[in-house]
Write a protein that binds this ligand. Structure first.
Ligand code: ADP
Length: 481
């Protein structure tokens, strides 16, 4: 890959400039193993420089009119859409997802820029009736300051934009470290921010192979006001502990273990469609992907047949090829994890309905797989699978399945299908998850609050609530009036 992709950038970006590094690291295409680029490998010292650039920019950026920030975010959004094809290609090359999904991700990311450009104008304060007549109580909302962020490889564009759009809309400045596997999408975003006229130091990107070193600066540098993370619960806990030292504001979007429940009154065809969308999107590598499928016993066999037929139609292949539904997994470690989960399930009594292995032993293409007779003691039901493995089990009663669905430390997304209005409310209210899809397998949207409860984290991205993660509340007491 070379100059034929103008948005291919291989230096880091802070203070409005492309910045080199003492060493570089390789980015490879998971579909082919081909090396795509060598990217400047930012050091922790450079992370400190980027934080300083963000701090320097904060005074003027936070003082700009909301309208001006909104206009810049909108210009950035338009550039994302104008370059949608090119950004999607870069994304597929480094991440593997089918091009159509990658294009969808660019549009999805851009939608947050539009949403928060509009929301930037609505950072309302309050006046509160005071207890005595010589006083007035006012509440202001102010940007927290410099925000640092660490993002994962599964949505190399949207996970960054979703955070940056909210942060920049409020007047915060932003420094992000993308995942080592997918820095090219992040650096392309920086190029478009530059073209959009986002001022120097407001949006900064540091690609690095030293996640731990950069993470320490991001979570412990006193110049940083807030840290926002999307990734695994295990890493999130470490970073939270690091943030505790300086009592930093944090947002944590961590792992999930989404249940998908099919009641016997459901529209089974719609449920199959919703399940496939929620399970196999990004080859199962999203934190809201279905992890456990519970089907009411009386429809379990019929449902399993329909699932099998639908899965047989899925095409696994290079995301750049036309008509492909699933690309490769991100790396060898991801493939090994999925293999181990499937082997453990089969050894513990699950049935293999289809799939169950890689397409060829030396590739990262794992076949879409269906297991039945899974139970909740198996690792495949307890851990986040992060792969194209659909694990079916059956249940008898509503109370039983609600108990099973909630019996997890995670609380990100849950899904269920039913046409009974009473049941819909009972189950939706009883599920201990931050997001619930009711007769719907795809729930993400810029207008809706994305986030979890329990060990899936806290904070919300998108929606009218999303700005609050980047705002401090200040109470003014006016006396002597
Ligand atoms: P995933 O399983 O999606 O790779 P991780 O939580 O391992 O989830 O990675 C998400 C992000 O966290 C990536 O950008 C990765 O580089 C970063 N990361 C991983 N370990 C650490 C760490 N110890 N400190 C800071 N960041 C980390």
């Amino acid at each position: 890959m070379n100059a034929s992709v103008p948005l291919l950038k291989t230096e880091n970006f802070w203070q409005g400039q492309w910045q080199g590094a003492p060493t570089r690291f390789a980015v490879t295409n998971p579909a082919t193993g081909e090396q795509l680029a060598e990217v400047a490998d930012a050091t922790p010292e450079q992370a400190g420089l980027a934080v300083q650039a963000a701090l320097d920019a904060f005074a003027s950026w936070s003082a700009t009119a909301a309208d001006e920030r909104a206009a810049l975010l909108q210009r950035w959004q338009q550039l994302l859409l104008a370059h949608q094809g090119e950004l999607a290609l870069l994304l597929t090359l480094e991440q593997g997802k089918p091009l159509a999904e990658a294009k969808g991700e660019i549009a999805y990311g851009a939608s947050y820029l539009q949403w928060f450009a509009e929301e930037a104008r609505r950072v309302y304060g309050d006046t509160i009736p005071a207890a005595s007549t010589d006083k007035r109580i006012l509440v202001l909302k102010q940007p927290v300051g410099v925000v640092t962020a660490i993002t994962p490889w599964n949505f190399p564009n949207a996970m960054i934009v979703r955070k940056a759009a909210a942060a920049l809309a409020t007047g915060c400045t932003f420094v992000v470290k993308p995942a080592q596997q997918t820095p090219l999408s992040a650096l392309a975003l920086a190029e478009l921010a530059l073209q959009a006229g986002i001022p120097a130091g407001v949006f900064n990107v540091l690609a690095s192979s030293d996640a731990k070193g950069i993470g320490e600066v991001f979570t412990q540098d006193p110049r940083v006001a807030k840290f926002s993370f999307t990734g695994s619960t295990a890493v999130g806990k470490t970073l939270l502990a690091q943030c505790a030292q300086g009592v930093k504001r944090v947002s944590m979007e961590l792992g999930g273990n989404a249940p998908f429940i099919v009641f016997d009154d459901a529209d089974l065809d719609a449920a199959v469609q919703g399940l496939l969308a929620s399970k196999f999107r990004n080859a199962g590598q999203t934190c809201v992907c279905t992890n456990r499928v519970y089907v009411q016993a009386s429809v379990a066999e019929a449902f399993s047949k329909k699932v099998q037929q639908a899965v047989a139609r899925l095409r696994l292949g290079n995301g750049c090829d036309h008509g492909v539904d699933l690309g490769p997994l991100i790396d060898e470690a991801a493939c090994r994890k999925v293999e181990a989960l499937v082997q453990d399930a089969l050894a513990s009594g699950a049935n293999l309905i289809c799939g169950g292995q890689r397409q060829s032993p030396d590739s990262l293409f794992y076949q879409p797989t269906v297991l039945s007779k899974v139970d909740d003691r198996m690792a495949v039901a307890k851990q986040e699978i992060f792969g194209p493995v659909l694990a079916l089990q059956s249940f008898d009663t509503e109370a039983e399945v609600l108990g099973k669905a909630n019996a997890t430390d995670y609380g990100l997304a849950a899904y269920f299908y039913s046409r009974d209005i009473g049941r819909i409310f009972r189950v939706a209210e009883g599920l201990q998850f931050g997001m619930v899809g009711v007769n719907e397998g795809i729930i993400s949207n810029a207008a809706a609050p994305f986030g979890g409860v329990k060990q899936s984290g806290y904070g919300r991205e998108g929606s009218k609530y999303g700005l609050d993660d980047y705002l401090d509340i200040k109470y003014l007491c006016l006396g002597g009036l």
